[in-house]
Write a protein that binds this ligand. Sequence first.
Ligand SMILES: Cc1cc2nc3c(=O)[nH]c(=O)nc-3n(C[C@H](O)[C@H](O)[C@H](O)COP(=O)(O)OP(=O)(O)OC[C@H]3O[C@@H](n4cnc5c(N)ncnc54)[C@H](O)[C@@H]3O)c2cc1C
Length: 462
Amino acid sequence: MADHVAIIGNGVAGFGAARRLRREAPDLTISLFSDEAHPFYLRSRLKDYLAGDIGHYEMILESRNLYRREGLNLFLQTPVAALDVAHRELVLAAGDRVRYDHLLLAMGCRPSGLPIPGATAAGVFGLRTLDDAEAIRRWMAGRRRAVVLGESMVSLHLAEGLARLGVEVDHLLMGEHFWPEVLTPDASNLVAEIMQRQNIRIRRRVTVEEILKRNGSVCAVRLSGGDVIDCDMVGHGCSFRPCTDLLRDTPVTCDGGVLVNDRLQTAVAGVFAAGDCASFGPDDPATAFYSRRQDAFVQGETAAANILGRNERLTGLARHVRTDLFGLAVAALGQSNASDEDPAVTTVASGHGTTYRRLVFKNDILVGAILAGDVEHAAILGRHIRRGGSRDQLEAGLMAALAEDRPRLEHALHAPCPICTDTVTVPAGTLIGSRFVCRSCSAKLRLIYADGRPAVAPQDDV
Ligand SMILES: Cc1cc2nc3c(=O)[nH]c(=O)nc-3n(C[C@H](O)[C@H](O)[C@H](O)COP(=O)(O)OP(=O)(O)OC[C@H]3O[C@@H](n4cnc5c(N)ncnc54)[C@H](O)[C@@H]3O)c2cc1C
């Protein structure tokens, strides 16, 4: 058994792996190296932090105490600069060397920068870390207008956080739709409608030619047609790339991400990779698609099992993502946006108000789904997709449930949040079962029927 497992990266994959290692191997020495300054937190909550709805304390879910309690050595602000595979050593940026028996690469990915003139001006930000969110908040204090670039989920989170902070937002897309690697045009349009209701101006098919600055700081963007949009900041969530720089000049093979097999093993014995920095090769449809918290967690846990010699395989790359966009719960599973122009593909789609569903079958096997507004059946659908469930099997149970017209709230509900007791307002027309977040304490809540009347309850599957 390994004596010292080193993990580079303290995100979902690295932290999840460390906890499984500890659960199953109490005597192992486990060290996590992170270039960030904070213990584990969820990046999906950065928009709430940016909006000012939660503070530093609520962001850091797992305080240093947990690392101490579980005997995990956490090295914050400790970037790893290189790898000496021959001697099984990490080379820290500070110059120290650390020996390992097994190594997990869980470095995630980061934006590669905007290829636009003026992109180095003060006031240009990406959103990836808690420090980014903090820097944006500080920058926008006393400033009013922001331009957000990009169609990705991260760009949407950034636009939402800024809008909730009270900033006027122009969201610019080079293409037509949001998050096209996951959403269909209909689902994207639903998100766009909600954004517009929150006063975000959306411009499609535009190219930013230059970020203009005054005294070194952003003052506007110039579009290819000549239009100029005044702004105090430019934000983006574009061009995320796996962090693999430290693997240069090593035998660890990369094809964009770190190449792994279904046991998360790299080309080098004793070295594993998991999460957003891992790649499963050119045949993996998810290779060009980062930002999958659930997949990162499962991969981290599977890598941990294999470090312990369990020979566990990753069964079915899920490519599942759940998020919340402007209060709309979204779950996209598998080949969610597969085109029905493919003769092997059939789809069943429906949409009412702020709910949307799409099931994708390939040769009558469920291969993907999008649920928006009401994501209650996401877990069951996810299991069907992983098992390659047929349409008949699905029809036996779930299709009826999906088609069921669940009741909606007749009148707006004003009820106390079961966590913080502040009043929560749920608009009329909301589907019973819908999930949302308390604006005061960010608790994840659900609209239910209890004792014959609508009520607000905590979500059980945070
Ligand atoms: C704003 C935002 C919102 C998101 N919302 C959602 C969501 O709602 N749903 C969802 O499924 N996914 C979401 N994601 C994506 C999700 O956060 C990622 O899929 C997940 O964090 C990947 O986990 P990871 O452990 O692979 O990498 P990361 O969480 O990126 O962690 C990797 C860590 O390693 C560190 N690191 C990198 N190189 C080094 C080095 N050389 N030395 C030391 N440390 C290093 C990085 O700084 C980072 O801290 C969101 C992402 C962002 C940015």
